[in-house]
Write a protein that binds this ligand. Structure first.
Ligand code: EPZ
Length: 428
């Protein structure tokens, strides 16, 4: 099993290419199911989750082709996807268990084929993450839902969904994405209220419009869709990954470094950039991206995660790592997931002083961290351990880094290029 070794203490300086967004790619790829024509997606990141999603789509009969070598030096893979015929409408348990985003084939399959069967996702490290809101949305669009043997089977009577009103009781990124992809081919018009407004949803809506969908209210919490008979192919480029950018910004902060995040867009990062400034970092928009520089001293913060445009839950673990060395006590509150503090025991083993009380974590700044063997538990927790290791005295060994490979493209290469003493070692 691969591990990552870091010898901390280097100040990071230089430029990091920000890859295409994982969470945009995973909702754009299933759009291929909505048409029998070719969907070409550009700027795709080379990530385990993108490969897993491609294999799931292949199982459903989608033919895919990637241009540029798999391990090519360049970033931004181009993938063509074509669902000329959909040969299967089931997302099997072992796929969904490995990657929850697999449930994002439900909406497109229902819309295109009039039916879909998907395994209930089961829990994951950060929470039990049910899909009740997804299923309610499909029912609001006329689908009949039945559960049997850990699987959910959804069917559109007469083979086509009907436009309807989907009112989400609380914000859900995935349920908004599934509802949107289901509604675009429904008969009649639909309205989705309390829709999530994450930039990845804007990317999805704009890709669907490029395919011929009729959607208004994009970027707002109310999406209005006029169902159409069919969608055509399109070419669309995936947005830059705002979470990857924010993660490397925290690495600059904790090492007192100076990193230009190439391709990062300020308009998708407002809450993250505001928090970085409040922590004492300088943040500057450049012609090529965003430059973030630490001063060697990090100020404590009080942060609470919430749906976009507020401070992202996907940034909580990374900020916590940076705040372990702040001059003072920080208070972080996680309002989205019930168990997103798996990184805390590992950070405390490195000498941090973090006390979790229910949904909140009190982070008392310490003078230094000490490298240690630590274990990754979920994607963003893994990144927080890397960030801590970059500043810790001595060597940090992060194991179970398959979590990292799901969401960070060529992480050690990108960090080596800005001066980190980091390497991947196999086996053992
Ligand atoms: C997406 O997950 C992201 N994943 C997550 O990123 C991100 O943390 C999350 O949105 C919140 O921003 C992808 O885009 C692939 P939700 P999703 O539905 O859609 C509850 C990462 O690190 N809920 O907005 O699954 C749910 O349990 C990943 O890149 C229900 O109760 O998140 C959670 O507590 C981790 N019923 C809350 O809502 C439902 O039917 C928000 O979940 C759906 C969700």
């Amino acid at each position: 099993m691969d591990r990552i070794l870091i010898r901390g203490g280097n100040r990071l300086a230089g430029r990091i290419h920000i890859s295409g967004a994982k969470n945009a790619a995973l909702t754009l790829m299933p759009c291929a199911l909505l048409t029998d024509e070719v969907l070409e997606l550009g700027n795709l990141p080379r990530l385990a989750d993108v490969d897993s999603f491609m294999h799931l789509l292949n199982m459903l009969g989608v033919s895919t082709m990637t241009k540029g070598s798999k391990r090519g030096a360049e970033f931004g893979r181009v993938m063509t996807l074509r669902a000329k015929d959909v040969s299967d409408t089931t997302a099997p348990y072992d796929m969904v268990r490995k990657m929850r985003a697999s449930i994002l084939v439900l909406g497109p399959l229902l819309a295109r084929m009039g039916e879909a069967t998907v395994s209930l996702p089961g829990g994951c490290a950060i929470g039990n993450r049910p899909i009740d809101l997804h299923l309610r949305a499909f029912a609001d669009l006329g689908a009949e839902i039945e559960m049997a043997g850990g699987y959910v089977r959804a069917k559109a009577p007469g083979g086509r969904l009907k436009g309807g009103k989907v009112a989400f009781p609380f914000v859900s990124v995935g349920a908004t994405e599934n509802a949107l992809m289901a509604a675009v081919l429904a008969q009649g018009s639909s309205i989705i209220t309390n829709a999530a407004r994450e930039p990845e949803i804007t990317d999805l809506a704009e890709c669907l419009v490029a395919m011929g969908a009729k959607i208004s209210g994009i970027r707002t919490d109310t999406l209005e869709i006029e169902g159409v008979e069919r969608l055509h192919g399109a070419k669309y480029s995936v947005m830059p990954d705002r979470i990857e950018a924010g993660s490397y910004a925290c690495a600059a902060g904790i090492t007192g470094g100076d990193i230009e995040l190439l391709g990062a867009k300020t308009d998708t990062l407002a809450a993250t950039l505001a928090a970085l400034s409040d922590a004492g970092l300088t943040v500057e928009e450049t012609t090529d991206g965003i430059r973030v520089a630490g001063t060697g001293e990090v100020k404590p913060l009080t942060l609470s995660t919430a749906p976009y445009p507020a401070f992202a839950t996907d940034m909580q673990a990374q900020f916590m790592a940076m705040l372990t060395l702040a001059k003072g006590t920080s208070l972080l509150t996680e309002t989205i997931f019930e168990n997103r503090y798996m990184h805390v025991p590992e950070l405390n083993r490195m000498g941090a002083d973090i006390d979790v009380r229910g949904r909140s974590a009190v982070v008392k700044g310490v003078g230094s961290l000490t490298g240690a063997p630590v274990m990754a538990t979920d994607l963003r927790a893994s990144m927080s351990l890397i960030i801590a290791g970059l500043a810790a005295e001595g060597e940090t060994q992060v194991s179970r880094i398959y979590h990292l490979d799901r969401g960070y493209e060529r992480l050690e290469e990108k960090l080596q290029a800005v001066g980190a003493d980091i390497e991947r070692v196999g086996g053992g």
